[in-house]
Design a protein. Sequence first.
Length: 367
Amino acid sequence: MRDPARDAEMKRRDLGMKRRLRIFRTENAHPGNGGSRGYPVEMRQAQIDQFLQGIPTVAHRSSIYRWMNRINPYLMQGNRERQVLVGVDQFLMCVCLFVWPHALLDEIIAFVANMGTGRVYSRSQVSERMTQLDITFKVASTEAIQASLPINLLKRQLFWSQPPPFGVFGALRRRLIDIDECGIELVRLNRTRGHSSVGIRIVKSGHYSKNTKLTVLLGVEPGDPALAPDVRGSTANPRRWLRILVQGGTSTFDFNGFVDMICQDLVAYQPPGGPADQTRIFLWDNLSAHCAPLIHQTVEGNYNHMIIRRPPYKPRDAPIEYVFCQLIQGLQRRTFEAENTPKLIMAIQNVVMNLRGFNNLFGSLGY
């Protein structure tokens, strides 16, 4: 069982703080059993009394003299104060990582040495200290410079703070449909290495011709929590709409046909027990094919739905982007099925039909 007082003192040591006296110990073991736990205060006082009365003592005379000056024992915390990256140096390390998260260990060491106490730490000391502070090394994502422009920051603020049609604040999650497209191309399928006996070459058939790039149009909904789990359109079985174009890029007419297909499906299929108001909110980015008047005529004019564009240069606000990540991950597990373009299309369809958890994905992003 862990000692809470010892854990607290270990944290004090990690922060570079001085040791403090402790009157009572939570574990009082007799020092005669060995180890370095030390005598408790009561036994120290008894040994001092016996020494003053001339009675032989178990403790050494030097220990008794030390107890006369300080009878309260120190709580054990390694017998010394931590000297590695504490105080000002630790603060400077955190400042360096906060301002420049991409800094290398050598750059952190140089920054701390120049701005702090002047001590030059080793890479292992800095790495160990970051581990103790729960600072991890992870893959960095790149964000466009345009995302930090004042106009784009204002658009993102309005998107999350204003009600429809200006933003999604107050909009019911079940009404949302997020749509986007991505390009997928079968570049390489064969593994470059394998196992065989000495002198035997590994030969495997592969494709040398360039494959056609596919454009995947995908739309997802979070689902309606009021519906039964086995009903199409519920949170456990949300609807998804897929169209695969054997071409690169998306034109206005291609995107309009895909959106029209979604609207027709919404009209043709209304889940039993669903709400009477079937008006939906379509979310997509600011691609020129998405902003054409034809798209607005189809969605808003013909079917009386609503369009809200997501903040520009902020793909992290789009649930569909994370769905595409799940799609790519699923395709990587099905590489044995994608030998050519037709089989790649079938693999995409199989993966998309098995995707789940859209409601939790929308909720985790704030919708």
